[in-house]
Design a protein around this ligand. Structure first.
Ligand code: SAH
Length: 253
């Protein structure tokens, strides 16, 4: 009951805040650095980003949560780096999810590993979007590990993981998606192409987790999109198969 109230509060909060533009936390003071210093700073930022990125891909969701909560500045640096990478892609998968949702009647959506919660900020006036990430970068976001989100069983119509299956225990994220989805609800995944070496094995694993593949979109060079429907609850036992998704190690810039 209390949990439901909290959810409701969160929902109300999210909806009332949608009209205001999300406020970004202030960054470091404007820098008055020489060209060389700026170049060095960029290099350092690139190195920090790669380090954080690698850490997130090689640890469990709860360890990542601890790490980021302990030093939230990590998140800001990670995000600047992540955004810089995805900006180079011809299409950002978030925009594809936004387009899909814009064509639908009101639904309850969970955006798992939402980053800056652009999805909620864009379609939150129509849909009820619950945005989860390791830290609350803005007020739309509930900080948590996506293996354990504060939503009731069967509460969601759609669960989205947009480039967010980062933990070595990502199958726990999938199991959590299964728990919060109603039967017939949709699981939508976008992942970096190079992470999924064996698409068939990945799909088979998710089908073992109570989902059925509905659509596979491999048209984009950088990411693959997989749409599943929840057909039954996850089995009690999790098959540990983290090898299904490789870490995404970005190249030196
Ligand atoms: N979906 C957003 C952000 C993708 S970056 C977009 O496409 O723009 C991946 C995000 O997943 C990061 O913000 C990272 O903090 C988050 N993330 C990774 N592991 C997580 C976990 N265990 N719990 C919650 N968020 C997680």
């Amino acid at each position: 009951k209390q949990n439901q109230q909290q959810q409701q509060q969160h929902q109300n909060k999210s909806q009332s805040q949608i009209k205001k533009p999300a406020q970004k936390p202030s960054l470091t003071p404007p820098n008055k650095l020489s060209a060389l210093q700026q170049k060095m700073q960029q290099k350092l930022k690139g190195a920090r980003f790669r380090w954080i990125n690698e850490a997130l891909y090689t640890t469990t969701g709860d360890k990542a949560f601890e790490m980021v909560q302990g030093d939230p500045s990590i998140f800001e640096e990670y995000h600047q780096g992540f955004t810089a990478q995805v900006e180079k892609w011809p299409v950002n998968p978030v925009d594809m999810f936004i387009k899909q949702l814009q064509a639908r009647d009101p639904l309850v959506v969970a955006d798992m590993g939402c980053g800056e919660a652009r999805l909620a900020a864009t379609v939150g006036a129509v849909h009820t979007v619950h945005s989860f990430d390791l830290v609350a970068y803005n007020d739309l976001i509930t900080p948590c590990n996506v293996a354990d989100v504060p939503l009731a069983d069967g509460a969601a119509d759609i669960v989205i993981f947009c480039l967010a299956l980062m933990g070595t225990d990502f199958l726990k994220f999938i199991r959590e998606a299964n728990r919060i989805l109603r039967t017939g609800g949709e699981l939508k995944i976008a992942e970096v192409v190079s992470r999924v070496s064996d698409v068939a094995a990945f799909v088979a694993e998710l089908e073992g987790q109570g989902f059925k593949l509905k659509h596979k979109d491999t048209k984009n060079k950088m990411f693959i999109m997989l749409d599943f429907v929840k057909v039954r609850a996850s089995p009690a036992k999790l098959t540990a198969n983290p090898g299904l998704l490789k870490p995404c190690i970005y190249k030196r810039r």
